[in-house]
Design a protein around this ligand. Sequence first.
Ligand code: CUA
Length: 333
Amino acid sequence: MIVPHDGYWLPTATSTIAYVVDDPFWLIYWVCTVTFVLITVPTLGFAWGYRERAPGQKALSQNDHSRLLELSWSVLPLVFFFWTFVVGFRGFLEMFVTPAGATEVQVTAQKWSWSITYEHQGQPVVVGGVGADFKFPKGKKFKLVMHSVDVVHSFFVPNFRIKSDVIPGRYTTLWFEATKAGVYPLLCAEYCGQDHSNMLARIVITETEDEWRAWLAEEADPSKKEGYVPAEHGKQLYESRCASCHSTTGEQGPGTRFAGPSLKGLWGKTEQTDKGAVVIDDEHLRESIWQPQEKIVVGYGRTMPVFQGQLTPVQVDALIAFIKSLDAPPGAP
Ligand code: CUA
């Protein structure tokens, strides 16, 4: 997936609360730089100027301390550190207390992708998967209510300067208001297993709210898009949702990087499961996507996440169409 690259220093700040991170960062950066110079330059100067000029020479001054100097280098940093604490704490409150009037969306993290549940005409619209585009309009406040279905992840949008752990069994929140239309990377900033580094998506900020609403309406029912082909939509869904565990090449099981059965030649095949033999048809695929724990193919673990509520019936139909479009095994009905 292509994420915009924005230099090696702080990326361009594009949210209204970015200053709560940037201001203390630059304050501390400059205080450290100036202090470093103020300490090292005189130290080097004194070391050279008062060096031992003859063997066994005594120091010119025998003063061993200065109360004024010691008090000032103790009290001034103390005042500075208290001040940075106050600045940091106020920024923390600003970042984690959502202002009134923010539009709420739900963020779900799972190994290894993000999904966001929006609301469109009273109905939930789930957008997600590896490399997904999550759109939001500029100049509107959003509250993110976040949870994880498996392990600890961390929601991080560097351009917005927002980051928070996303934890199973607990809700955490963040909020933002984007100030500039554009495409910004969304990263997972907590090591969460094999595909942690691929847990990427994009936050796309639209110029207007209308543009965003039109996109939302389209996401709510992709089958209404012009030129909609179920198997093509299914292929996109496969790439973002399934490809990290299921191959389309026949590669599967131990010794490969695929934790689940390959989708190649799957439709119409007879599989041995923990509940007996099943013929893989539309109904079995639907169940295996929405409720994968119902029947486990012999030789595989219970590792697949539940996609009920994550994928709509239209999306499941598209995935089934895609699976059917792959080669059938020899001797299939
Ligand atoms: Cu999710 Cu790292």
